[in-house]
Design a protein around this ligand. Sequence first.
Ligand code: GLN
Length: 444
Amino acid sequence: KAMLARIDAVEERVNAYITVTPEEALKEAEAADRRIAQGDIDLLTGIPVGLKDIFVTKGIRTTCGSKILHNFVPPYDGTAVARLKERGAVILGKLNQDEFAMGSSSESSYFSTTRNPWNLEHIPGGSSGGSSAAIAAQEAVATLGTDTGGSIRQPASHCGCVGLKPTYGRVSRYGVIAYASSLDQVGPLTRDVKDAAIMLGAVAGYDPMDSTSVNTPVPDYLAGLESGVKGLKIGLPKEYFIQGLDPDVKKAMDSAIELYRSLGAEIREVSLPHTEYAVATYYLIATAEASSNLARYEGVRFGHRSEAARGLTEMFAKSRAEGFGSEVKRRIMLGTYALSSGYYDAYYLKAQKVRTLIMQDFLKAFEDVDVLLTPVAPTPAFKIGEKLADPLQMYLSDIFTIPVNLAGTCGMSIPAGLSAAGLPIGLQLIGRPFGEQSILNAAY
Ligand code: GLN
């Protein structure tokens, strides 16, 4: 009830949610109370959480931030959502995001612009901007987001919360609306590291419904947290500490590095030589996969259907023309082009090869160090509208997060201080594949 009252009080200014579900939430909360009364207590029993609107939820409208799904009510819960519910979590509603998770500011949503609770003129980050703003504005205790190229870590960084992108395969993607299937991962946004460990533990693990989920045991992430960083080898990739890094971000990184050193960590410079190709590689692979994944929205089986169409072909075309926003259309066109015969070898295949080189950069660095420390984003949250006219500028803001998705490994964002203007700055810790425990420990 307190959480719903808080949502009522601040939502007009923050706009974190697309859909709030108070009736369902109160019912789930009463069920949680009954469970607790019977002594059936789990760490998540009764904990109010919010979900990015990319997670399909049984009986609750799921839009993925798009007009084309404005009326879509899924018949089932995805695995991550089902696991949270089984543990007794209470779902408060569905959070705003960039349309189909394409963006870095949440401005491409069809529904509304979410504002950064630290300064309402600024973006909350994206694409999971509703998920980060809800944490910062205390409109949920924890939220789930997805990260294809930074969409958990960057909004967490911009809103001063903790955000974790697990290793590809750690969390099931079943019931998560697909953007770029070889990059998408589910993860938590929380107020602190302990909460992130609890949430990750709840959703991680093998799922027969997702053939890319990996069947390795899920450690007790909470139990290991206090092992400290003495003797931990932390690598600083020199390609990430480039000229042009915002001075406030640089300062925050320097003081974090000093802190780790004073706690007994060993700091080393490392190199990830193919970093400069990451953004180009990502925008070929992500758009190619998106163009294929988004072919299913044609107005026939679900979602928006054009009223104006006469005939089948026109229905496909008009439903898509009316239903998708301009960023989504841009990506479908880019991806379709990259996959076209005659261009496939030059673009998509080449991008896959460079992706392997980027992956090898990380594996090589992890021969010398345990975790990597980098900024999450080159600047603190920019102003609403500032980068809308220039998609390339928007794409470049993901330069430090995208390589982790291409490599398939895990990374997290933790608060590392404020800029002179009072906006949060995030620090990224990157771990070995399935090394979530080590980055959680270092973060803690
Ligand atoms: N900003 C990146 C993009 O637009 C990453 C988005 C994401 O991780 N979903 O594709």
